[in-house]
Design a binder for this molecule. Structure first.
Ligand code: HPA
Length: 242
């Protein structure tokens, strides 16, 4: 049954879904890396596609939109209404550490947050939202095989891109948080609550320490490298194609 946010029918999604933030990036991934592609949803222009990798694995790709509320909705419905087992976010981040360069890959094994997302669960302590270890391992192995610099650790999922507090990031950096993005925490919580698997893979597109802007072309190439790692990791969990 379609949902208010997703017009796909049961069975339209593969059990593994790659999630970029941008709908056009979802299209780019489908066009570049999948064949026999079907557009399965386009509600609010949040495109979702299902197709086959060059190794014959059935995989879907769907945009998440920006921020925890947005990925929170789409990932919850994919897991709970479409029988999706694995969601791999493929996004960008701003680096908080000096040893992290533009284009490096970050595997968010843990996510911290400045959001209120966790309050819904009524826990009487501080929850650590984490990625699935098997997915972390698969992504790290794939990155190492490709000789791509990869950092594994804590990422901050923030509600705020344009933060009025210009110095606040330094406290997260001091706690060895590697980078900031805006989605991993709610994705990891949904996966935990629904007993599913999730991973957040990031390309460093900005740095709080290195003042260098990427061109759109550089951004695109960096992203493709990460997407290949995401697909390779995802293929390991894809069900055999019908
Ligand atoms: N903040 C939050 N999300 C991001 C950033 C940032 O600086 N860069 C890329 N994604």
């Amino acid at each position: 049954m379609p949902t208010p946010h997703n017009s796909a029918n049961p069975g339209d999604f593969a059990n593994v879904v790659l999630m970029p933030g941008d709908p056009l990036r979802a299209k780019l991934i489908a066009d570049t890396y999948l064949h026999d592609v079907k557009l399965v949803t386009s509600v609010r222009n949040i495109y979702g596609y299902t197709g086959y990798t060059k190794n014959g694995k059935k995989i879907s790709v769907m945009a998440s939109g920006m921020g925890m509320p947005s990925i929170g909705i789409y990932s919850y419905e994919l897991y709970s209404r479409y029988d999706v087992d694995v969601i791999i976010r493929v996004g960008t981040c701003g680096a908080y550490q000096e040893n992290i360069n533009l284009f490096d890959i970050i595997v968010g094994s843990v996510a911290s947050t400045d959001s209120n997302w966790i309050h819904q669960y009524g826990l009487n302590g501080h929850y650590s939202a984490g990625a699935d270890f098997d997915l972390v391992e698969a992504a790290v192995n794939s990155a190492r095989k490709k000789n791509v610099p990869v950092h594994v650790g804590n990422v901050l999922s923030s509600d705020i891109f344009y933060n009025a507090d210009k110095e606040g990031w330094k406290k997260w950096a001091d706690m060895n948080v590697l980078a900031v993005e805006m989605e991993a925490f709610s994705l990891y919580c949904n996966a935990a609550k629904l007993k599913k698997k999730a991973l957040c893979l990031l390309t460093v597109s900005d740095s709080f320490l290195i003042r260098e802007e990427l061109t759109p072309e550089q951004r695109q190439n960096g992203l493709l490298r990460m997407i290949e790692i995401g697909i390779e990791a995802g293929e390991k969990f894809a069900k055999e194609s019908e």
